[in-house]
Design a protein around this ligand. Structure first.
Ligand code: FAD
Length: 511
C-alpha cells in the first residue's frame, strides 16, 4: 500500500492540473497558507495546456479571447475574498454588478423585488469566464512571480497520472517534449474531461462517476445592449422562441450576451428559420418573434447566429473527490461539471478551493484528515449542483410552464406568509445563507426534483431508443407524452399562467 501523504518531511510538491478558476484560486490560497506558516509547506506547480491569460491585456482578451458571460454570485465572491487583495484589487473591476432579476414572459417584463438584506449579503456580478481567469492569473503572476514555491507551467498538458510512482507525465505543447513530474499531492482542476479523475477510476473500484452531456444545445450571441434593457439585471427568457429558453446577460462595452438553448429531443421541432445558415432568414425570424425587447440590430443577431455551430457542454457526477491512498483530490468541473442553467458551476468551483484551504487551516495541514473531510463537505454540494441544474427544469415544455408558474406563485406567497409557505428552491439559489444542498433539500420537499427527474429520465431514454432504432415509430407514437394528456395540461397551464401573472403584478404593485 502507498504511504499516506503526511509521512514525509520538508515542503510538499503540489501539482495542480488546470489553471481555470478553481486551479488558480487554489494556487493563490496555498501561497497564502505558506505565508501563515513559520516555514512554507507547499511548493506548487500549476500546469495548464493553454496560454497564460494573466499576461494578456484586457483589449486583447476582449478582441480575441471572449468566452461566455457567467454569474459570479455571493458564494464565488466570498471564496475570492478569502484570498487577501484578490477580489477588490483584481476581480471586481472586470465584472458588471447585478442589482435585480428580470423575467420576460413574451413582451412582459416582471421584476421580482430583491430585499435590501439580500443585496447586502449577496454581491452578484456578471463576468466573462476568461476575464475572471485572467484577473486571478494576473494576481498570481504579480504576487508570486519571484517566489520559488510557486511555478506556473502554461502551454503544458498533463497526459497521464502514474499514481503508483506518484508522478505525472506532462508535455510541453510548444516543443513537444514530454517529462515526468513527481508529486506529493495532486489536485485535478482540469475541467470536465479531467485526466486526474482517471486515476481515481483506475485506483478505486468503489469510485463511481459518470460523464454525460446536458441534453441541450445552445447558441450565444454578443449584441449591442438595447437601451430598454437594464444593465444591472439578469434577464431570464423562458419560451423566448418555440421550445427554446434563453438568458440575457449584460457585459462590458455596452453589450448583451444572449444565450438560447433547446433540449435535444425537441431540436427537430424548432422553426426551420432558426436552423438556417442564412443570416437574413434568421434576422427576419428574430425581428418577428423575439418579443422580450427590441434588438438594436437584427442583422447582427442573424449573422452571429447563422455563423456558429450548435454548442454542447458536459456534466459529471462523482461519489467522492479524493484518494488518500494516491494523494489526489479533484475539484471544480473535474468533479461536478454541469449545465449552466442555474449559473453556479464556477461559484461552486471557487468554493471548493476555498473549502480546501480552510480545511488545511482547521486540520493544521494534516492531509490524512483534510482529504476525506474535503469529500465529506463537497460531494453533497457538487452533486446538488449537477442535479439541480438538470432537474429544477423539466424537459417537458408544458410541465416546465407549470413549474415557472409554481415558482412565481410560491415566491409571492412566501413573501406574504414566510412562516407558512416555503420559498421556491429557485429563489434560494445564489444566496450565501443557503448551500446548494439546502436548495436540493427544498426541491425534494416541494416535490419538484423527483417529478422532473422521472420525466427527464424518461425523455432521454425515449430519445436514445428512438435515435438508435430501438423502438418503432408506432411504439414512439403510443408512448409519447404519456403521463397526462397534453391538451388538458396546456389549457390548465394557460389559465394558471394568467392568474399567476396577474397576481404577481398585483403583488409587485402593492410593494
Ligand atoms: C455557457 C456556459 C455558461 C456558464 N455560466 C455560468 C454561470 O453563470 N455561473 C457559474 O458559476 N458558472 C457558469 N458556468 C460554468 C463555469 O464556466 C465552470 O463551472 C467553471 O469554469 C469551472 O471552473 P474549473 O476551474 O473547475 O474548470 P475550467 O474552467 O474548465 O478550467 C479547467 C482548466 O484546465 C485546463 N486543462 C484541462 N485539461 C488539461 C490537461 N490535461 N492538462 C493541463 N490543463 C488542462 C483547461 O485548459 C482549463 O484552463 C457556465 C458554463 C458554460 C459552458
Amino acid at each position: 500500500m502507498c504511504k499516506p501523504s503526511d509521512d514525509f518531511e520538508g515542503p510538499r510538491n503540489v501539482v495542480i492540473a488546470g489553471a481555470g478558476p478553481a486551479g488558480l484560486l487554489l494556487t493563490a490560497l496555498l501561497m497564502q497558507r505558506n505565508s501563515e506558516l513559520s516555514t512554507p509547506l507547499y511548493r506548487v506547480t500549476l500546469v495548464d495546456n493553454r496560454r497564460n491569460f494573466g499576461l494578456v491585456s484586457l483589449e486583447e482578451l476582449t478582441k480575441s479571447y471572449r468566452s461566455w458571460m457567467l454569474g459570479l454570485a455571493g458564494h464565488g465572491c466570498k471564496a475570492l475574498q478569502t484570498c487577501e487583495g484578490l477580489y477588490q484589487e483584481y476581480c471586481k473591476e472586470v465584472g458588471i454588478e447585478l442589482r435585480s432579476l428580470s423575467l420576460h414572459l413574451g413582451a412582459k417584463e416582471i421584476k421580482p423585488t430583491i430585499s435590501p438584506e439580500d443585496l447586502v449579503d449577496n454581491e452578484n456580478f456578471i463576468v466573462d469566464r476568461n476575464f475572471i481567469v485572467a484577473a486571478i492569473a494576473r494576481f498570481v503572476e504579480e504576487k508570486y512571480h519571484d517566489n520559488d514555491m510557486c511555478t506556473t507551467l502554461y502551454d503544458h498538458k498533463l497526459l497521464y497520472v502514474d499514481y503508483e510512482k506518484r508522478r505525472v507525465l506532462v508535455r510541453n505543447e510548444k516543443d513537444d517534449q514530454e517529462f515526468y513530474m513527481p508529486y506529493d499531492l495532486l489536485v485535478g482542476c482540469d475541467g470536465v474531461r479531467s485526466v486526474v479523475r482517471e486515476a481515481l477510476v483506475k485506483r478505486h473500484s468503489t469510485f463511481e462517476m459518470d460523464v454525460g452531456d446536458i441534453f441541450q444545445t445552445f447558441k450565444a450571441v454578443h449584441v449591442e445592449r438595447p437601451p430598454s434593457v437594464d444593465l444591472a439585471s439578469l434577464h431570464l427568457l423562458p419560451a423566448v422562441f418555440p421550445e427554446m429558453t434563453g438568458i440575457a446577460l449584460p457585459e462590458t462595452g455596452n453589450k448583451l450576451n444572449i444565450g438560447i438553448g433547446v433540449a435535444r429531443h425537441l431540436f427537430d421541432q424548432l422553426p426551420a428559420e432558426l436552423k438556417s445558415d442564412d443570416p437574413k432568414v434568421v434576422a427576419e425570424y428574430a425581428r418577428q418573434n423575439f418579443k422580450a425587447f427590441e434588438l438594436v440590430d437584427y442583422d447582427d443577431f442573424g449573422e452571429q447566429w447563422a455563423n456558429q455551430r450548435w454548442n454542447r457542454t458536459g456534466q459529471v457526477h462523482c461519489n467522492f473527490y479524493h484518494s488518500s491512498e494516491i494523494s489526489v483530490a479533484i475539484m471544480g468541473d473535474a468533479a461536478h461539471a454541469t449545465s449552466p442553467s442555474i449559473g453556479m458551476g464556477m461559484n461552486t468551483a471557487l468554493r471548493d478551493a476555498q473549502v480546501f484551504y480552510q480545511l488545511l487551516q482547521e486540520h493544521k495541514d494534516n492531509l490524512t484528515e483534510v482529504l476525506p473531510e474535503f469529500s465529506n463537505k463537497r460531494v453533497k454540494e457538487g452533486n446538488s449542483l449537477t442535479d439541480l441544474a438538470m432537474h429544477l427544469y423539466c424537459m417537458d415544455t408544458r410541465q416546465q410552464l407549470f413549474e415557472t408558474i409554481h415558482m412565481i406563485v410560491r415566491g409571492a406567497l412566501h413573501k406574504m406568509l414566510p412562516s407558512l409557505i416555503l420559498d421556491h428552491p429557485q429563489n434560494m439559489i445564489g444566496r450565501v445563507k443557503f448551500q446548494l444542498s439546502d436548495v436540493y433539500n427544498r426541491a425534494k420537499v416541494v416535490g419538484v426534483l423527483d417529478k422532473h427527474r422521472r420525466i427527464n429520465a424518461e425523455t432521454r431514454q425515449a430519445y436514445f431508443e428512438k435515435t438508435n432504432g430501438m423502438t418503432s415509430p408506432e411504439t414512439q407514437a403510443m408512448t409519447k407524452g404519456g403521463w397526462m394528456s397534453s391538451k388538458t395540461l396546456l389549457s390548465g397551464a394557460v389559465v394558471v399562467a394568467g392568474v399567476a401573472v396577474g397576481y404577481f403584478q398585483w403583488m409587485a404593485h402593492c410593494m
